[in-house]
Design a protein around this ligand. Structure first.
Ligand code: FAD
Ligand code: NAD
Length: 156
């Protein structure tokens, strides 16, 4: 299977967009990720998948905790900043929640301590044990077929 076809097929599964954040040696790091899912209700577990070349991989191993910032529809530039497509470092504002840096203006926040990790091919799946959640009344930012999109409710 050709890589481009695989990515086009995976990109046809519409997702939200998150920025994973953590702090190591008083330095805040963020990375855009759409490989995020809810895993278990009791105990409360979630999963993210991080590529072997991403700097975030080692940061999570070092910090042993991370936050998932679920982006709102007005945070497209935040997604672009944390995927290396923009350089607006000074404009990103963090708050502190449960001892982790989180992004101001997010739709929702999930904070985790590292529960377990599994190497799968060229990615590592990190399972997080949820320590805190926050939810705002906002619309989600969506990502589908390589483009940012907004939610539209169907009639009927
Ligand atoms: P860096 O390259 O160091 O950081 C990424 C960017 O964030 C850089 O531009 C950096 O300047 C900026 N940044 C970091 N910290 C801060 C800070 N404190 N303040 C301001 N800016 C900061 N990759 C995956 O492995 N898994 C996924 O699920 C995934 N999903 C993606 C979904 C989308 C929609 C997109 C566009 C990309 C996705 N990627 C995913 C790719 C990933 O976001 C990029 O490869 C990213 O550049 C890897 O970042 P890094 O950890 O190597 O860190
Ligand atoms: P794209 O067409 O590369 O991605 C479409 C879909 O393919 C993604 O949503 C993801 O499900 C999958 N995908 C893409 N790259 C992957 C990878 N290296 N490993 C596993 N799955 C991957 O979309 P794009 O807009 O060209 O992406 C921008 C950049 O972000 C690219 O460099 C892409 O590789 C990266 N990205 C990585 C992941 C990931 O590692 N899970 C997810 C999304 C985007």
């Amino acid at each position: 299977i050709e890589d481009r076809l695989f990515r086009n097929v995976m990109g046809s599964f519409a997702t939200g967009v998150t920025v994973i954040t953590t702090e190591v040696a008083e330095e805040v790091h963020g990375m855009t990720a759409n490989a995020f899912m809810s895993i278990s209700l009791n105990p409360k577990l979630v999963a993210i998948s991080i590529g072997e070349n991403a700097k975030m991989l080692q940061h999570i191993k070092d910090a042993k905790q991370f936050a998932i910032n679920i982006l709102s529809s007005d945070q497209e530039i935040v997604s672009k900043q944390f995927s290396g497509q923009l350089n607006l470092k000074s404009e990103m504002t963090f708050e502190s929640y449960k001892g982790l840096p989180v992004l101001e203006g997010s739709l929702a926040i999930v904070t985790c301590v590292l529960h377990s990790e599994f190497v799968a091919g060229d990615h590592t799946i990190f399972i997080g044990h949820v320590t805190g959640v926050q939810l705002e009344e906002k619309a989600p930012l969506l990502y589908s077929q390589g483009k940012y999109r907004e939610l539209k409710e169907l009639e009927g």
